[in-house]
Design a binder for this molecule. Structure first.
Ligand code: GAL
Length: 422
């Protein structure tokens, strides 16, 4: 599977370079004997999918050395800063992971990315990918990344035995039921009611609580420019968030999402709200669905898929552009997606995946069926869909302050200000 040399819209590339003041040619310079790929998939459940892709890449392309430049830290909490530094100093990797949506638009507007229009045409990606997803990676009529998957953010994982011990018959379906269930777990068992990890996992929890409390349309509207966060409905959602947070163990920078998910599978915790990369990790741990863990939509969000999509890019100035395109070819292919996603805990971005590849995982089988049935869609803010890095980081700062001082009114004020800054 050797890529030809793509004529990557050289004209448009030139414009981007002028706009970003880079100058100095359209990348290349390397001898394509290697490809450096940047992501944050290092830890449990994260790297298995990447490693399977790397293995296939190396088998198909023995003449290209694969350099795995992954930086640890769930949701890119460390990687994104490292990447920004490299992009600013014009030292890009050959390809990097970026979320489809507003996050990608930030990179495009900064002039960091080369358009992939010819590549999309050659690979038939316009036909293979859902139109709505292609919109999220399009800017001024050009496409800028290759989506490999669809992840779901609003999943509530729980331990059936802990719920049984607490006398809870069915997983909670509304935010109010969740708060009641957490209180029951706290009273009846020794388990942590709701496990969290590093601060970003609290941001992640917050988006599911906002979605569950406000509903899909009002949640999506929160991320429009000029959105009003100064409403009684947002206050109510944040109050629920506070009640949930009262039943978490202290969040800890040293513990990433894997630790929180593992606590559920091991029966140390009753619940964890985390994206479905947890499904890949549970498999890796050997945890059994329906016994060690089970799942439901996070309370109040049944019928809505809060989605996000990992995609890979061709940076302006990528040293080994041809090798990068060979990587992107694998990432965008049906074969590549069906190798990667069953291990990653995600469903393929392409619409022509073979469901049989996902049938071994009860979670993925149900996720694929739900996705294909056409659920309501909400974009994950934390994982780059609805807002760019400025707004996202403002929310994170506000959440960090709240974790320190517990001042819910100040949290809402900061969220109001963050929205008005757009
Ligand atoms: C997300 C990413 C997922 C997964 C997760 C936890 O932002 O899209 O693929 O890696 O972070 O690290």
């Amino acid at each position: 599977m050797r890529a030809r040399r793509w004529s990557v819209a050289a004209g448009a590339l030139g414009l981007v370079l002028v706009a970003s003041g880079c100058g100095g040619g359209g990348g290349g310079g390397g001898d394509n004997a290697q490809v450096e790929v940047f992501s944050w998939w290092t830890g449990g459940g994260e790297e298995a999918g990447l490693n399977a892709l790397i293995e296939r890449f190396e088998t198909d392309n023995p003449e290209i050395g694969f350099v795995n430049a992954a930086v640890a830290g769930g949701s890119g909490s460390n990687a994104q800063a490292v990447l920004e530094g490299r992009l600013q100093s014009q030292d890009p990797p050959d390809s990097f992971q970026g979320h489809a949506g507003a996050e990608l638009q930030d990179y495009i507007e900064a002039g960091y990315l080369s358009p992939l229009d010819d590549f999309f045409t050659e690979q038939g990606l316009h036909e293979a990918l859902p139109d709505q997803l292609v919109e999220q990676i399009t800017y001024d009529g050009s496409v800028y990344s290759v989506p490999v998957n669809i992840h779901r953010s609003n999943v509530m994982w729980y331990n059936p035995s802990v719920l049984e011990e607490a006398g809870i018959d069915a997983p909670p379906e509304t935010p109010e039921d969740l708060v009641a269930a957490l209180e029951t777990v706290a009273e009846e068992t020794d388990a942590i009611p709701m496990a969290v990890g590093a601060q970003w996992t609290v941001d992640h929890l917050l988006e599911s609580v906002l979605l569950g409390s406000l509903g899909t349309d009002a949640y999506n509207a929160l991320w429009e420019p000029g959105a009003d966060w100064d409403t009684p409905e947002v206050t109510e959602a944040l109050t629920t968030f506070e009640q949930i947070m009262e039943h978490t163990q202290e969040e800890s920078a040293a513990e990433d999402w894997q630790e929180a998910a593992r606590r559920v599978a091991d029966g140390e915790a009753a619940f964890n709200i985390m994206g479905d990369w947890a499904a890949g990790y549970f498999d890796e741990l050997g945890a059994v669905a329906g016994e060690d863990y089970d799942w439901a939509a996070s309370p109040g969000t049944e019928g809505t898929y809060m989605w996000l999509s990992d995609s890979f890019t061709l940076p302006v100035g990528a040293p080994n552009e041809e090798a990068a395109l060979t990587w992107l070819e694998l990432v965008g292919s049906q074969e590549g997606q069906d190798i990667f996603n069953p291990l990653k805990g995600s469903i393929p971005a392409r619409e022509d995946a073979d469901p049989a590849n996902y049938a071994d995982s009860p979670y993925l089988e149900s996720a694929l069926a739900e996705w294909q049935a056409g659920p309501q869609l909400a974009g994950s803010f934390w994982h780059g869909v609805t807002v760019g890095n400025r707004w996202k980081n403002d929310v994170d700062t506000a959440v960090g302050l709240y974790l320190g001082d517990g001042d819910l009114e100040a949290l809402q004020d900061a969220l109001v200000t963050a929205a008005r800054a757009e």
